[in-house]
Design a protein around this ligand. Structure first.
Ligand code: ADP
Ligand code: MG
Length: 347
């Protein structure tokens, strides 16, 4: 028989570690959260450095707006965010973050160091360290150009049960690189680099035009992708869909080259998946998967991104409208690629 224990408020560190269970699954999830913060800070260039698949080190350096000295300890606190201040703002949220949980969660399960500077003077930065949040964060001066560097070391060092779930270095790096790919595909205007174990694997310059965007796609997904894809850009009822869809002949055995972004956020959504599957239905062999890089843009107030802490899911206010728009856009694009499509159109 368990004895009756009094109800207590969780110690903040334990509360953060529990919250970390939802958003910090592996190095790739840390990478995603840190990069989203860098994107939200208005960065033009974001540099990533990983060691040992990210388990030993994940460092993200940006040239965004930075964090003011007075805000630094708060940045690592739970439910502390600069991005929204009211429910109205949440409903129209355009930033990638808004929950104010990521840094607190990550800091509770790693050794986190954050250096930031909001000033043009490169000597004017500040540094804050949190080792599993065992101590109050201390803020000390540290030089840094305008922007922020966050280094996360020894992920799960203080939560051995979670560390056990980490896979091999190669597997973890594979997940991290995939997260990088998605992020780099979400913002062509930002320059990116990715290093792993002292080796530069990706170096992507900002892309200002269609040619630049296609160069980036080729660098991230291989040359074959664009040679076998159709470009599209369609608009209706306040919805815009643009990007590339693979020809049915370029399908894959696995659904491993499918990128769908809603207002710049990578999304895995059943309604979206269904619309795409339907559009490909009669042109694709059973069991094959199409490739695509698609961007859906719509008014932020008609899509709810606050469905899950990782924000991979969304809820559309008018799901039917979105579904039909996706289906008809893709069906049309694929139909035009079909040999003899004109007769089909007239029939
Ligand atoms: P959220 O992104 O949901 O606001 P986070 O825990 O990820 O919560 O970050 C907390 C706050 O720290 C952010 O709201 C932002 O003000 C600040 N911050 C974090 N990373 C950066 C960065 N790279 N550049 C500027 N500010 C940052
Ligand atoms: Mg964030």
């Amino acid at each position: 028989m368990s004895e009756q224990r009094p109800i207590r408020i969780l110690d903040p560190r334990l509360a953060n570690q529990i919250a970390a269970g939802e958003v910090v699954e592996r190095p790739a999830s840390v990478l995603k959260e840190l990069v989203e913060n860098a994107v939200d800070a208005g960065s033009r260039r974001i540099e990533l450095e990983l060691e040992a698949g990210g388990a030993r080190l994940i460092r993200v350096r940006d040239d965004g707006g930075g964090i003011a000295e007075a805000d630094l300890p708060l940045a690592l606190s739970r439910h502390a965010t600069s991005k929204i201040a009211s429910l109205e703002e949440l409903e129209g949220v355009a930033s990638l973050g808004f929950r104010g949980e990521a840094l607190a969660s990550i800091a509770s399960v790693s050794r986190l160091e954050l250096i930031s500077n909001t000033d043009d003077d490169p000597q004017a930065g500040w540094r804050v360290v949190a080792e599993g949040r065992e101590m109050e964060p201390r803020v000390t001066p540290a030089p840094h150009p305008r922007g922020t560097t966050v280094a996360v070391r020894d992920l799960f060092f203080n939560t051995p049960a979670r560390r056990k779930f980490l896979r091999t270095e190669k597997t973890e790096f594979g997940h991290a690189e995939e997260a990088f790919r998605r992020l780099a595909l979400s913002r062509y205007d930002i320059g990116w680099s990715l290093r792993h174990n002292q080796k530069t694997l990706h170096q992507l310059r900002p892309a200002a035009d269609a040619a630049g965007r296609e160069r980036r796609i080729a660098a991230l997904l291989g040359k074959g992708f664009l040679e076998n894809a159709l470009a599209l850009d369609l608009e209706a009822n306040g919805l815009r869909l643009w990007g590339w869809v693979g020809l049915p002949t370029f399908s894959r055995a696995q659904a491993d080259q499918q990128y769908f972004f809603v207002n710049g956020r990578v999304v895995r959504d059943r309604l979206v998946a269904h619309a795409i599957r339907q559009a490909y239905r009669d042109v694709l062999f059973h069991g094959r998967h199409p490739v695509f890089v698609l961007y859906l843009e719509l008014d932020p107030s008609v899509v709810d991104v606050n469905v899950h802490p990782t924000k991979h899911e969304v809820r559309f206010r008018d799901g039917r409208l979105v579904h039909d728009f996706l289906f008809s856009s893709l069906h049309r694009a694929l139909g035009e690629a079909r040999p003899g499509h004109q007769e089909a159109e007239e029939a």
